[in-house]
Design a binder for this molecule. Structure first.
Ligand code: FES
Length: 135
């Protein structure tokens, strides 16, 4: 089963341009980033040693972890530095409605508690879409 739900998380104005904010959504810590023309969301903790990704520096469409500088794609969740790193973080679809950021997350279920999301799982199917247009 693949049930998902859209959750309203915060007003767009609460996320400064090119910065991240941490939110708790359906029991998950998620880092959301304002890239100006869109908002991207990934798991909030670095796969290296749990650094708070919402506090990282945003460069282009990546974030640099504030603890040891791993560079993580906000679009795919993959790690681009260090090179060829198989670790990754889950990504989440986002959209903006009337200035409010919404994130698509799995509905709370036993399945998701037992099986964590894998790298880029949620955004892979929509890479061709125009994520989170500002309405
Ligand atoms: S905890 Fe993120 S790079 Fe080490």
């Amino acid at each position: 089963m693949n049930n998902k739900q859209w959750i309203r998380v915060t007003a767009m104005q609460n996320i400064p341009l090119r910065e991240g904010r941490s939110v708790n959504v359906a029991g998950r810590e998620i880092a959301i980033f304002n890239l100006g023309d869109r908002v991207l969301a990934i798991d909030g903790r670095c796969p290296h040693k749990g650094g708070p990704l919402a506090e990282g520096i945003v460069t282009g469409s990546t974030v640099v972890c504030p603890l040891h500088a791993w560079k993580i794609s906000l679009e795919t969740g993959s790690i681009s530095k260090p090179n060829e790193n198989p670790a990754c973080v889950a990504t989440y679809r986002t959209r903006i409605e009337s200035g409010i950021v919404l994130i698509e997350v799995p509905e709370a279920s036993q399945e998701m508690e037992e099986r964590p999301l894998s790298c880029g799982e949620q955004n892979r199917a929509c890479l061709g879409d125009s994520p989170s247009p500002v309405l």
